[in-house]
Design a protein around this ligand. Structure first.
Ligand code: ATP
Ligand code: MG
Length: 505
């Protein structure tokens, strides 16, 4: 039985053809993957389903027995047809209780103008039970583990949907979840599908898609490539569909034998504060060092503390042999430290400026000579960055907001690498970057460190850490508990070290 069918869907933004005559169907009760490289049109398709964008005339979709012209979608219509969305920014409220999160947006039960809390709690408890979330309606959402928070967002989206007949659309739900939390969420999604829930699932994580989906659709450059059952699909074949050419390995086998590391560039001793309890680490110039750890162990805080963005209670930081005490990011930047935060959309991308302005933002003074902005070099550098990072855009004058999520990410990274910092702190640098471009991102980082810089990288993707880093430090309970390098440096070993208690010295 088909639950959702998309036909002849096209969408043009100015000169960009984001979707070109795309059609596929999603069977009821299945988990259907929607895959494709950065800028291939996934989010655009979802936004059309959601009624956020309207498609070009001619397309349509069929859902719940209704045929909807794709140039006439509205959020209300999408709801009525049974489409439910959980976007990557979950739009839930960590400070509020679960009951309040479930009810927000007009769903508070009231009588005589007063909220009936007991009724709301009862309703929430029933919903939590239905979605098998082990929590109390009075718990604060922010206190739940990350996978459970996503499940609450799903429960919220589906609370008034009629079970079978509704389609849940998830746009990269696992992008910011650490490995273990991913497993918890995927288990939950499997249970929901077994209970008859149809799910359209967008993700860049190949193994996860092969693991969880029943069928999949791949888009490339706005065009439909294939829709088929997941059974029998290999990783290599799937990557080839996404990238458009065979890819031997995502990361070239040059890893493992890098140029010899130089002098210690960053030396951290006894760093404490927040979740950190005495972190010692050294990064040499020419090195890419990874940090593996669970969410909440202080990975993000470690980078921010070195960047002067979070206060520390103890510890010393030496940069190039000299003790430094950056008290704020401005001071850290003057010392030659760059930091690319995890939440790029909110912290690092200027959506209303052009791609060129975003690329120049960190070094604009370079182009001001004698009180005049030197456009030609700025334009030349921008074109080079767009080529180096394979940024998909109509040109450097395009607005940042017109780029797909993964391409915005590449712009932000390119901006920081162009500053030629001494030390680069990267938090989840490939989050949302497609499988074809991940290696490009690391190649750019590798190129930068081979010039004498050093990089400290946090990633939830242990496979990526193992392939792209010279060595990886395991952060547990606020301290570095292991260092892995050479033949030992592979995903399984990192997973073991991060999860197994006995490894704590
Ligand atoms: N508002 C917009 N204005 C102009 N162009 C846009 C707009 N939104 C998307 N595009 C373009 O449409 C194409 C498809 O973008 P889309 O966001 O759908 O990609 P995606 O598959 O979701 O990629 P990613 O994996 O990076 O999130 C891209 O070339 C993008 O630049
Ligand atoms: Mg997208």
């Amino acid at each position: 039985m088909t639950d959702l069918e998309v036909r002849h869907l096209s969408k043009t933004f100015g000169a960009t053809r984001a979707l070109d005559d795309v059609g596929f169907s999603v069977a009821a009760g299945q988990i259907h993957g929607l895959l494709g490289g950065n800028g291939s049109g996934k989010s655009t398709l979802i936004k059309i389903l959601a009624g956020v964008h309207t498609a070009d005339p001619g397309g349509e979709f069929r859902i719940g027995g209704e045929t909807v012209p794709a140039d006439a979608t509205t959020p209300a219509l999408a709801r009525r047809c049974g489409l439910r969305f959980v976007h990557q920014s979950r739009s839930t409220f960590p400070e509020l209780t679960l009951a309040e999160n479930i009810a927000i947006g007009d769903r508070f039960p009231t009588s005589a103008g007063r909220v009936r809390w007991a009724q709301l709690r009862k309703r929430t408890a029933a919903l939590l039970e239905r979605f098998e979330i082990d929590a109390d309606p009075r718990d604060r959402l922010g206190d739940l583990r990350p996978a459970d928070q996503t499940m609450v967002a799903i429960a919220r989206a589906l609370q008034d949907a009629q079970g079978a007949g509704s389609v849940l659309v998830l746009d990269e739900p696992t992008a910011s979840l650490p490995e273990h939390e991913v497993a918890v969420l995927l288990d939950a999604l499997r249970r929901y599908a077994r209970a008859g829930q149809t799910i359209l699932y967008v993700s860049h994580r190949i193994d996860e898609v092969l693991d969880i989906t029943d069928a999949m659709t791949v888009l490339r450059d706005g065009r439909h490539v294939i829709t088929r059952s997941t059974q029998g699909m290999t990783e290599a074949e799937l990557i080839e569909h996404i990238v458009g050419r065979p890819v031997e390995r995502v990361f070239a086998e040059t890893t493992g034998e890098h140029a010899a590391a130089g002098e210690p560039l960053l030396e951290v001793t006894g760093l404490s504060g927040g979740p950190l309890r005495g972190v010692d680490l050294t990064v040499r110039s020419g090195e890419i060092v990874g940090i593996a750890g669970l969410l909440g162990t202080g990975r993000t805080e470690l980078l921010r503390m070195i960047f002067g963005d979070l206060p520390r209670t103890a510890g010393t930081i030496r940069l190039g042999g000299t003790a430094v005490q950056p008290r704020n990011p401005g001071q850290a930047m003057k010392l030659g430290i760059a930091h690319v935060p995890e939440d790029r959309e909110h912290e690092a991308a200027y959506l209303d400026l052009s791609v060129r302005e975003n690329l120049s933002a960190a070094e604009i003074t370079k182009y001001w000579v004698g009180g005049r902005l030197r456009r030609p070099p700025e334009r030349r550098d921008a074109d080079r960055a767009i080529a180096d990072f394979a940024i998909r855009t109509s040109g450097q004058d395009a607005l940042m907001s017109s780029l797909s999520g993964g391409n915005q990410q590449k712009v932000v990274l390119a901006r920081w690498l162009r500053r030629e910092p001494r030390l680069l702190l990267l938090d989840e640098p490939t989050q949302g970057v497609d499988v074809g471009a991940r290696a490009d991102v690391y190649a750019a980082i590798r190129g930068a460190v081979s010039g004498g810089m050093a990089a400290l990288v946090v990633s939830s993707d242990f496979d990526e850490l193992a392939h792209a880093c010279d060595r990886v430090l395991v952060l547990r309970d606020g301290r570095i508990t292991a260092e892995v390098r050479g033949a030992e440096l592979h995903r399984q070993r990192l997973t073991e070290l991060v999860f197994t208690k006995e490894n704590t010295p």
